[in-house]
Design a binder for this molecule. Structure first.
Ligand code: HEM
Length: 531
């Protein structure tokens, strides 16, 4: 044991810190010196100025001054809890990940749910996608699934992401949020028609989940699973709520408290009503992916599309339950840092460009938001079956700095290496198709899935609510041209949506998108389209 840890009063461990009751503690300054009176300042005489020597006061106030860390640039408002994943149906045939190798194998998980656009104090019941992140602390390192509650996303070109997110942030001059002015939001959507599938989901009945327990989670991106022989398949992860799904109407959402979802999750876990999700996977061979592109125009590297479930059925792997609330929200939920690049052997990224950008973006954000040694925080640290060794040293708050071991790969005192589990050259052989380079092109296939949603899934009442929501939202859009363009995009989905919206907004939209220019290159229906 390190010196500090062997002293009775010292901070002993993460669990000790989490579980210490108030009665077991003594009020001290940050250096541990007992302070008999917390509300006393030292001053010169009875009414004179304060003394700089009053360490207690300076200690107290200067720490208070630094309590805030930057909030997440997206997904700032969130809730979370801990629990356990258990493998029920091993998938060794397609994946070598230890955690999926045996029925009954389990690992601790921590989950964080969130809204996307709002600030850290914003309303839980916003019409917004929900984030659904899971940290699986497997015996071979952490695997983070950083997912959403919708199977598709607004874009397939990562360069668009910061721009799209900015449309939902406060106006640089007026400082007004989207609730007062939806112009930027619709401007973006009307310039980027590949978003329309997600728009149909967001503005429809599934746009406001009833808390976090009643929603599914979707990895969204195509990933790869690799087995012991080095053979790989593409895959998509799904987290299916065993509570089922429930959503709120606009009216119901407006009547809820800003912390509705936080309260619902916390209280359910407190009363022992533990929410559960099953983890399932769709898989596809590289050949099937080529065929899907050639025959159905669906590119597996394009997360504005889903993989048809009939062709690619779900296969269950296991389930997780959330059975423990955080003891300390900041330490365990605010400081938790998810990263789609955290993958154990057996799970690999695909060439999806949005995924590839995210692999860079998240750890970059964590180094800024939490600090370079964020992985050392207990909530982020792994629970491996071996002792971790590497040569990442020093930096701010290097709490575990790996002792006296040499800080380079020394031949005198070597550390161990595991043998390669698979041949990486084989694993990195990729399906590369035309669409990877023509990322922004809008194609007729982009409108098939939203059309099916409108025609086959939404009933008459759902359609009426959709039109009411969209036209209501558009009422704060300051430019008619934007609405005309957006109606044209909806017309590609269905003439029915366009004509209903024209009636509701009083704006006559364009006939279709054929003659419109969109953001990005290769963005028209016709090959000879010029921008
Ligand atoms: C959070 C970037 C797309 C799901 C974040 C954060 C960043 C980011 C910087 C804040 C991280 C932090 O400070 O801890 C991006 C970029 C994207 C992208 C650059 C595209 C180019 C997506 C997609 C999904 C997603 C497609 C879902 C499929 C999430 C979730 C969180 C998050 C769930 C919250 C994580 C948490 O609970 O801490 N994203 N994102 N993002 N993102 Fe993305």
């Amino acid at each position: 044991q390190a010196n500090g840890n062997s002293q009775a009063g010292a901070f002993r461990s993460y669990e000790d810190d989490r579980n210490t009751a108030s009665q077991q503690t003594l009020y001290t300054t940050s250096n541990g010196v007992p302070m008999p009176h917390p509300y006393e300042t030292q001053r010169a005489g009875a009414n004179g100025p304060l003394l700089l020597q009053d360490f207690h006061l300076i200690d107290l106030i200067s720490h208070f001054d630094r309590e805030r860390i930057p909030e997440r640039v997206v997904h700032a408002k969130g809730s979370g809890a801990h629990g356990t994943f258990k493998c029920t149906n091993p998938i060794e045939d397609i994946c070598l990940a230890d955690v999926f190798s045996e029925a009954g194998k389990s690992c601790p998980v921590s989950v964080r749910f969130s809204t996307v656009g709002g600030e850290s104090g914003s309303a839980d019941c916003a019409r917004d996608p929900r984030g659904f992140s899971v940290k699986f602390r497997t015996a071979e390192g952490n695997w983070d699934m950083v997912a959403n509650n919708t199977p598709v996303f607004f874009l397939r070109d990562p360069a668009k992401f910061p721009h799209f997110i900015h449309t939902q942030k406060r106006d640089p001059q007026t400082h007004l949020g989207g609730g007062d002015d939806s112009t930027m939001f619709w401007d973006y959507l009307s310039q980027n028609p590949e978003s329309v599938h997600q728009v149909l989901i967001l503005m429809g009945d599934r746009g406001i989940p009833d808390g976090y327990r009643f929603m599914h989670g979707y990895g969204g991106h195509t990933m790869k699973l690799v087995n012991k022989a080095g053979d790989w398949v593409y895959c998509q992860f799904h987290m299916i709520s065993q509570q089922g799904t429930k959503f709120l109407t606009n009216e119901e959402a407006a009547s809820k408290s800003p912390d509705y979802s936080q309260k619902d999750l916390f209280q359910a876990i407190e009363r022992g009503d533990y929410p559960k999700w099953s983890v399932e996977v769709q898989t596809m061979t590289a050949k099937e992916a080529e065929e899907l592109w050639e025959k159905q125009g669906i590119n597996v590297f394009d997360l504005t599309h889903i993989w048809p479930h009939k062709q690619f059925p779900l296969r269950k792997i296991g389930e997780f339950e959330l059975n423990e609330n955080a003891k300390n929200y900041f330490a365990e939920i605010e400081q938790i840092a998810f990263n789609p690049a955290h993958m154990p052997p057996g799970i690999e990224p695909s060439a999806d460009p949005v995924l590839q950008s995210r692999l860079f973006s998240y750890p970059d954000a964590h180094r800024h938001r939490v600090g370079v040694n964020y992985q050392q925080l207990p909530v982020n640290s792994s629970r491996t079956s071996y002792r971790i060794g590497n040569f990442q040293r020093d930096g701010n708050m290097a709490f575990y700095n790996q002792g006296s071991r040499p800080n380079y790969l020394s031949s005198i005192e070597p550390i161990s290496f595991r043998e390669r589990s698979v041949d990486l050259d084989k694993v990195h052989g990729q399906f590369v198709s035309e669409a990877v380079t023509f990322l922004s092109e809008i194609r007729p296939e982009d409108f098939n899935a939203p059309r099916a949603l409108w025609e086959k899934v939404y009933d008459e009442k759902a359609k009426a609510r959709f039109i009411e929501t969209v036209s209501g939202h558009m009422s704060t859009c300051r430019k008619e041209e934007i609405i005309k363009r957006q109606i044209a995009i909806f017309r590609e989905v269905s003439e029915d949506i366009a004509s209903r919206l024209e009636k509701a907004t009083g704006v006559k939209g364009y006939d279709g998108i054929k003659n419109l220019n969109f953001n990005g290159t290769h963005n028209g229906f016709s090959k000879d389209h010029k921008i």
